[in-house]
Design a protein around this ligand. Structure first.
Ligand SMILES: Nc1nc2c(ncn2[C@@H]2O[C@H](COP(=O)(O)OP(=O)(O)O)[C@@H](O)[C@H]2O)c(=O)[nH]1
Ligand SMILES: [Mg+2]
Ligand SMILES: [Zn+2]
Length: 214
């Protein structure tokens, strides 16, 4: 019985995701569903990315949080168009939540739309929102056991940002193990080692974005 209900929820989600997909295609916008555990550095990555791209790509952002508008304020202060979704408790974004705010975010002229998902290493990866691709952030302070313990997000993502590499000297995380385990789950995963604090590695990521979007 439970399995049936879950299947129906996912089917309904896929239908609305396809509607979103159509709207994104019509607007000519490339959409990235950005996922991670809370605090891995999604918003920091978007701030760095906006500055580094420096108008090479016109971007917009949808922020997903359980509550609050802090992330939208951080992004909005950079002059990037942004809309905040508050899920009111739900631990992931679904296609319908994104669909409901699309009318408020003019997509005309936008080349790349980031959707920052709710901080959670599990179910955001289960719900398509109509994106072109999923990208995940894992900060090295979360520990090198995470790929094998939370495989789905690594499998669903096309790129993995290994963030906070400035903190490597202060952790016992084995970055080679993270990369090896992540690649064993998803051999086509593109991995970027980045520090949003120092800016190290950011240009490789933004070059990848430009190549994928243009
Ligand atoms: N040392 C260090 N701290 C970082 C880095 N990236 C983000 N942070 C910090 O980590 C915390 C969470 O970052 P945030 O971008 O809000 O994460 P989010 O919850 O995934 O959006 C903040 O205090 C950031 O300043 C990094 O590369 N190095
Ligand atoms: Mg955030
Ligand atoms: Zn959830």
């Amino acid at each position: 019985m439970k399995v049936k209900v879950v299947t129906r929820i996912l089917e309904a989600n896929e239908r609305i995701a396809a509607e979103n997909r159509k709207l994104f295609d019509e607007a000519g916008v490339y959409v990235i569903n950005l996922m991670s555990a809370p605090g891995a550095g999604k918003t920091s990555l978007l701030e760095r990315t906006a500055k580094e791209l420096n108008k090479r790509l016109r971007i917009a952002v949808i922020e997903g949080d359980i509550a609050g508008t802090q992330d939208a304020e951080r992004i909005g202060s950079l002059g990037v168009p942004v809309i905040q979704i508050n899920t009111g408790g739900a631990c992931h974004l679904d296609a319908n939540m994104v669909n409901e705010v699309l009318g408020e975010l003019p997509l005309k002229g936008v080349e790349l739309l980031f959707v920052e998902n709710v901080g959670n290493l599990v179910c955001p990866a289960e719900f398509n929102i109509g994106e072109d691709t999923k990208v995940m952030v894992l900060s090295i302070t979360e520990g090198d056991d995470k790929p094998l313990k939370y495989p789905l997000m690594f499998q669903e993502s096309s790129a993995l940002i290994l963030n906070k590499i400035d903190l490597l000297p202060y952790t016992n995380a084995n970055i080679d193990k993270i990369k090896k385990d992540a690649m064993s789950l998803n051999p086509s995963l593109k991995i970027f080692e980045i520090s949003c604090k120092t800016g190290e590695g950011i240009s490789g990521w933004t070059d990848w974005l430009v190549k994928n979007v243009k």
